[in-house]
Design a protein around this ligand. Structure first.
Ligand code: SAM
Length: 254
């Protein structure tokens, strides 16, 4: 690669601001793969919200903070073991470069607390978040502690990198930002609101392959429909998620 292309590529990938930067919820993503962002969040509801400044995105290529010519960001683990570890000096310099960006410092990691709807709500109320996407076997423990990174897991499985986790976390909270959804009812009737999973949904045609929509939903009796929805939500939660059901019953008794 000639020098000109090299510098262009560096500029393009080092720090990409969206047009309406500095307005809305501030997402800052540190990654070895900046072109993964905004990815799916550039489309549909999140994409429209990005274009209208409800949230903004800054991505930085972690490799630009490597101290050496080879731009390596990882090294062998002390004590042996498989894979490589992200160097603390590189991670620290990259985080320092975004010191002015607001919000908690998150590190998606299978060791973290499990991300859920209540966490999404908390994050949506922050002015933004800085998300450090790990690769290889993860980050040197010292920089996790020194930078007080909050480890967040999207489930009990291992991804090859933090980027898909960052996209999931951002998707969940962006839809909670004011102005992203047309109605707030869409939020209050969803799974995990009131500690329950959502009731079954039906639309046209009323008769599909001989299967008829539950009559109550077309009765026009709003109170009965509301009660039906609650009963169905309770039933599905009890069957599918004993953990949520237990918590729901506990809260009901209070
Ligand atoms: N060695 C790590 C372990 O056993 O816990 C797994 C490292 S994984 C191959 C590489 C990166 O993917 C992690 O540093 C983290 O950023 C991300 N990652 C993997 N699984 C994840 C999960 N369930 N939730 C959030 N991030 C995850």
């Amino acid at each position: 690669m000639n020098k000109h292309i090299q510098s262009q590529t560096k500029q393009q990938y080092s720090s990409s601001f969206c047009e309406k930067d500095k307005t809305g919820w501030h997402a800052t993503v540190l990654t070895l793969f900046p072109t993964m962002f905004p990815g799916p969040l550039g489309l549909s509801l999140a994409g429209k919200a990005l274009n209208s400044g409800i949230w903004n995105l800054k991505t930085l290529d972690i490799r630009n903070f490597a101290p050496n010519k080879s731009r390596s960001v990882d090294d062998y683990p002390f004590g042996g073991g498989s894979g490589m570890v992200m160097r603390p000096d590189v991670v620290d310099t990259a985080l320092e470069a975004v010191a002015d960006r607001p919000g908690p410092r998150l590190y998606p990691s299978p060791r973290g607390a499990i991300f859920d709807q209540s966490w999404a709500k908390i994050l949506a109320k922050e002015p933004g978040a800085v998300i450090f996407c790990g690769r290889y076997e993860g980050l040197d423990e010292r920089v996790i502690k020194a930078r007080k990174l909050k480890e967040v897991s999207i489930g009990d499985f291992v991804l090859s990198g933090g980027e898909p986790a960052a996209l999931i976390i951002m998707d969940a909270l962006i839809r909670l930002l004011p102005g992203v959804l047309r109605t707030t009812t869409a939020l209050t009737e969803e799974s995990f609101e009131n500690g329950l999973l959502e009731y079954p949904l039906y639309t046209h045609p009323r008769n599909w392959n001989g299967i008829i929509v539950p009559e109550i939903l077309t009765s026009g009796d709003h109170a009965k429909v509301k009660a039906w929805k609650r009963l169905e939500a309770e039933s599905i939660t009890r069957k599918r998620r004993p953990d949520l059901w237990k918590q729901y019953m506990k809260n009901k008794d209070k």
